[in-house]
Design a protein around this ligand. Structure first.
Ligand code: ATP
Ligand code: MG
Length: 572
């Protein structure tokens, strides 16, 4: 049995900081949050953010909130709010409280008036393009807006008019009055509110101005008493603004701490790009098993425990890096190896006839359900004189290192008998369609009483008892490891045309009653999950979760770079 390669780090820069805060008494109880915007389904990157904030709260006896960061009604929907809750629970986490940023709109607005009154915010009549054009650059200061020095009274009156719907979309914005020459561009009078005459799924038509991320996030954290606001590195340059707003309002200031995003080769974790794939019909939906959405991974049979173990293993870093897909697979396989029932299935069948089998006899042989887990027990599998075996398990002219069936060669049929190939039958094109064998009745159960060994063991199903079912085999959705780096207009060209292959397989009879979502190892092939979406009673569909071969572990043993499969710093 394989173990996760290294235990989860007991200490990292975030946990160390929290320990120090607790020791110094500046924090009594740790409170974290996971703040998704309900504008799409969660993906594996979110699993890392979820695992981080929830497990840190757990480890330190604290609390973790789930907050819908629902400040932009244009893209948000109740459907996503519901799905996010379901997905967080599926990962195995339960929030201590659930909040909506929209519930803070009244408070945020009152605070905006406060800043205006303090001379720290003003209404600007410039449009978005003008604001962008006058922001300056990293080397040149910005140009102050002609409206920057409006009086407090005028600003207040205009803000109230904005809020009550007097102006069309885009006519005005509220900006913080900070410093148009600040070295951090985010502090060059950032926009706090914009006008959007759009109903909001939670507040209806109450508002026609909506807060920007920066004007909502820190204050929402502060209202909820968040002590450590953990987010990804792209927010690092927003932290001074986060702090500035809390200080200007004189409210509690949570500590924002940034960590590296999770990136995995071949997986796309941008909601916008995922939406493009779904809307363009390039995948079957948000739960397509090739997508790294939590719904897609769940459908494909990824155990949530494996995702959490993977996220913990990857750990918290201060630099973005990309992990190999094989590292993720390693964790999935490790969990499935311990938990998945073994079954026999033949994906590319060729007939095997045991010529000396007593006609009409069915033998029920006992097969272990999971050799890694003795409590999983055994089952009886019908064995007869006519079987299906995998086409690759026979070679008429075997190469040197081929130990499976070949003319004159003896192999073990898993948990059944030793058989020896006596002859083959071919079709007009010379393709083998039937392999003839003899068997040794003394080897029943798969061992020879005389201690004779065979080099190969192959799986099989009884032709009369097997049933046909659809099996879907997946490969990467993209042909390149970093699809996110491909320009949006080009990236459909890097879709892998072979990412889904469907076969009709011959399955052992017990699989007919597989439960939707149940996970199996098809012996010697791969792990598969019974599709909860397309399976019908009596007609299960199986999805390949992950192959059996562990290329990541192999690479580790050969001394390839360790460090959680990281491939070095990149981006940003
Ligand atoms: P997108 O930009 O694709 O829409 P997002 O990051 O803006 O996604 P949010 O719903 O705002 O999505 O994210 C919620 C939280 O999840 C944020 O704190 C964000 O930092 C975190 N998160 C998103 N993607 C990743 C990732 N790849 N790795 C780690 N954390 C992530
Ligand atoms: Mg976001």
């Amino acid at each position: 049995m394989t173990q996760p390669p290294t235990p989860a780090p007991a200490s990292d820069f975030i946990r160390d900081r929290i320990r120090a805060d607790l020791a110094a008494g500046t924090v009594r109880q740790v409170v974290t949050r996971f703040p998704p915007e309900p504008n799409g389904y969660l993906h594996i990157g979110h699993a890392k953010a979820i695992t981080t904030s929830f497990s840190i709260a757990q480890e330190f006896g604290g609390r973790c909130h789930l907050r819908m960061d629902d400040t932009n009604p244009a893209a948000e929907d109740q459907e996503y709010v519901d799905a996010i809750q379901e997905d967080v629970r599926w990962l195995g986490f339960q929030w201590d409280a659930m909040y909506y940023a929209a519930d803070y709109f009244e408070q945020l607005y009152a605070w905006a008036e406060q800043l205006v009154q303090k001379g720290l915010a003003y209404v600007d009549d410039q449009n978005a393009d003008q604001i962008a054009a006058t922001r300056g650059t990293l080397t040149a200061p910005g140009t102050p807006s002609p409206w920057r020095d409006r009086s407090v009274a005028e600003n207040l009156q205009l803000l109230r008019a904005m809020q009550s719907g007097a102006f069309p979309d885009g006519a005005k914005v509220l900006r913080a009055k900070i410093d148009m020459a600040h070295s951090n561009l985010n502090l060059r009078d950032p926009v706090m509110y914009r006008i959007r005459h759009l109903p909001h799924q939670r507040t209806g038509n109450r508002w026609c101005i909506y807060p920007m991320y920066d004007w909502a996030h820190g204050q929402s954290d502060s209202i909820e008493g968040i002590t450590h606001s953990l987010c990804t590195l792209e927010f690092e340059h927003h932290r001074p603004l986060y702090d500035w707003f809390c200080d200007a309002l004189g409210i509690a200031k949570p500590q924002q701490i940034e960590f590296a995003r999770l990136n995995i080769e071949y997986l796309l974790t941008s909601k916008r790009r995922l939406l493009q794939l779904v809307e363009g019909g390039h995948v079957s939906g948000w739960d397509d098993p090739r997508l790294p959405t939590l719904r897609g991974l769940r459908r494909r049979g990824f155990p949530p425990e494996a995702l959490v173990a993977f996220c913990k293993h990857v750990g918290l870093a201060k630099f973005n890096s990309t992990h190999e897909y094989s590292l993720l697979e390693h964790f999935v396989r490790d969990h499935l190896n311990r938990t998945a029932l073994r079954r026999m299935a033949v994906l590319d069948p060729v007939r095997l006839v045991v010529d000396d089998w007593p006609a009409g006899t069915v033998d029920q042989v006992e097969v272990a359900n999971n050799p890694e887990d003795p409590t999983a027990g055994t089952r009886l599998v019908p064995f007869t004189g006519e079987l299906w075996i995998e086409r690759d398990d026979f070679q008429e002219q075997p190469p040197k290192d081929f130990y499976r069936l070949a003319p004159g060669r003896e192999v073990r049929l898993r948990s059944a008998y030793f058989v020896t190939c006596t002859s083959v039958e071919k079709d007009a094109l010379g393709r083998v369609h039937t392999v003839h064998c003899s068997h040794d009745p003394a080897t029943r159960g798969g061992n020879a009483p005389d201690g004779r060994k065979v080099k190969g063991t192959i799986h099989w199903v009884s032709a009369a008892h097997a049933f046909d079912a659809e099996v879907r085999l997946y490969e990467h959705l993209f042909t390149v490891p970093d699809p996110a780096a491909v320009d949006a207009s080009e990236f459909l060209r890097v879709l892998n045309p072979n990412s889904l292959r469907t076969v009709r397989a011959k399955l052992e009879p017990s699989l007919r009653s597989a439960a939707p979502g149940q996970r199996f190892q098809f012996e010697r092939l791969a792990y598969f999950a019974c599709d909860p979406v397309d399976s019908r009673p009596d007609a299960p569909v199986f999805l390949r979760t992950v192959a059996l071969k562990d290329s990541w572990q192999k690479a580790q043993q050969k001394g390839a770079p360790a460090q959680g499969g990281g491939k070095g710093a990149q981006k940003r």
